[in-house]
Write a protein that binds this ligand. Sequence first.
Ligand SMILES: Cc1cc2nc3c(=O)[nH]c(=O)nc-3n(C[C@H](O)[C@H](O)[C@H](O)COP(=O)(O)O)c2cc1C
Length: 192
Amino acid sequence: MKRRIVVCITGSTGAIYGTRLLQACSKIENLETHAVISSAAEATIRLELHKEREEVEKMATYAYSEYDFEAPIASGSFITDSMIVAPCSMKTLSSIATGFEQNLVTRAAMVALKERRPLILLTRETPLNLIQLRNMVQVTEAGGIIMPPLPPLYFEPKNMVELADLTVGRVLNMVGVKTDLLREWGKEKLTD
Ligand SMILES: Cc1cc2nc3c(=O)[nH]c(=O)nc-3n(C[C@H](O)[C@H](O)[C@H](O)COP(=O)(O)O)c2cc1C
């Protein structure tokens, strides 16, 4: 069976993370992506990447509309391996933290948590207020992983794509997918 990853893009700044993630996944054999792009993300995709939602959806194996509660990923009986929200807005974070299944992104996240599947949120906001910090704690206690996309500048990324890919490599590694985007500090110093 192919590995299945749910990839959601929500409306915080950083649409590049979700699109680079879908791009990287599209090059991996035996892996299918199930994508949801929120309507707010449509705006950031247009603003930051000068793309339309449909262009990004084409990078995914399957794409669903934000309110398609009949999509396979809305049910735990549809077996997926993990879910990544990249980037994850504070609104989506709060919906997940409170179990408010207001769209397919939050429904799929609730499914991931109840089925004890890895759920990684690339939460993006700064600075953070107490409500947002508490929401992050709540999701962590429920089994989710909060992974703000903070770039490892020690790898000296030369442009935005390289910078985003450093995070994409780490995220994919966290869900058990090894790619050549993964950079390991000090690896070249190892002798064997
Ligand atoms: C250009 C732009 C940048 C935004 N950046 C952020 C952000 O970094 N973090 C955030 O939580 N919301 C951000 N927002 C606000 C979200 O888009 C808004 O809260 C939206 O309701 C999120 O909906 P969603 O979670 O369903 O995608 C931004 C909005 C725009 C237009």
